[in-house]
Ligand binder design. Structure first.
Ligand code: FMN
Length: 228
């Protein structure tokens, strides 16, 4: 195995290594545009993305984006690498039972994982440690390894069960970032709303973003009557 392959994208520094890998899981909640935009930005920032997509997410993509995602992980990987013009080394897709993939073990998994969007079903499974498919296992691994797990649930309204699961996950160290865009950046389009959510996720991953102006740095909106 080459030195390059052994190291992957873990850049060695005096303090150990800086892992430039992110696990991105896409589940069957509404919000395919969030997932696509997040993936695009992670790749543009030269992150190595380990991608997991549930069967329900493929149904949502067909519904919301008119995009048919192949069920076969290798075919899907080829399609997405072409779409985003990246190499298969930068974007890897794993199937729901690929237990020998890096995300399935604390010894190899990236320390950062985002589930975007996160269905209430997957939220529940992660909260209860089900580990019944690779998405649930990967999230379980990140929690046990005290890594960064960001969950982006979308449902309306939330039941007490959803809220309790979110509290359980928050107490276990996960960050709950509901897909709830703000309006104070005066969005002009759906893309602006999508970018609001994606920008906050990138912020939490400590990746730079200029999708949305930062609070306090945007041009100040003047109250009516004070406009010139
Ligand atoms: C078009 C569509 C939209 C959906 N929207 C949501 C949603 O916003 N939130 C949610 O929790 N589930 C939603 N669901 C239901 C989930 O897809 C379903 O519960 C599924 O079992 C989740 O599986 P997964 O967690 O493995 O992706 C939606 C399903 C479809 C087909």
């Amino acid at each position: 195995m080459s030195e390059q392959n052994q190291a992957g994208s873990q850049q060695h520094t005096a303090r150990g290594y800086q892992d430039q890998r992110v696990t991105l899981a896409i589940t069957g909640a509404s919000g395919a545009p969030y997932a696509l935009r997040l993936l695009e930005n992670l790749l543009a920032q030269k992150q190595e993305v380990l991608l997991l997509i549930s069967s329900a997410a493929r149904v949502v993509f067909a519904t919301e984006e008119n995009l048919k995602l192949p069920a076969n992980p290798d075919t899907l990987q080829t399609m997405l690498c072409e779409r985003f013009a990246v190499s298969p080394e930068q974007l890897k897709v794993y199937g729901k039972e690929e237990w020998f993939s890096p995300v399935a073990s604390g010894s190899a998994a990236p320390k950062r994982m985002v589930v975007c969007p996160c269905s209430t079903g997957t939220l529940s499974a992660i909260a209860h440690g089900a580990s019944d498919n690779l998405i649930e296992r990967a999230a379980d691994v990140v929690l046990k390894e005290r890594g960064q797990l960001i969950l982006v649930p979308r449902e309306m309204p939330f039941s007490s069960i959803h809220l309790q699961n979110m509290l359980t996950l928050s107490q276990a160290g996960a960050t709950i970032m509901p897909a709830a865009p703000g309006f104070y950046h005066q969005p002009q389009s759906i893309a602006d709303l999508v970018d609001f959510v994606v920008a906050r996720i990138l912020d939490h991953l400590q990746l730079g973003q200029d999708l949305v102006p930062r609070w306090g740095y945007a041009p100040k909106a003047k109250p009516e009557g004070e406009q010139k």
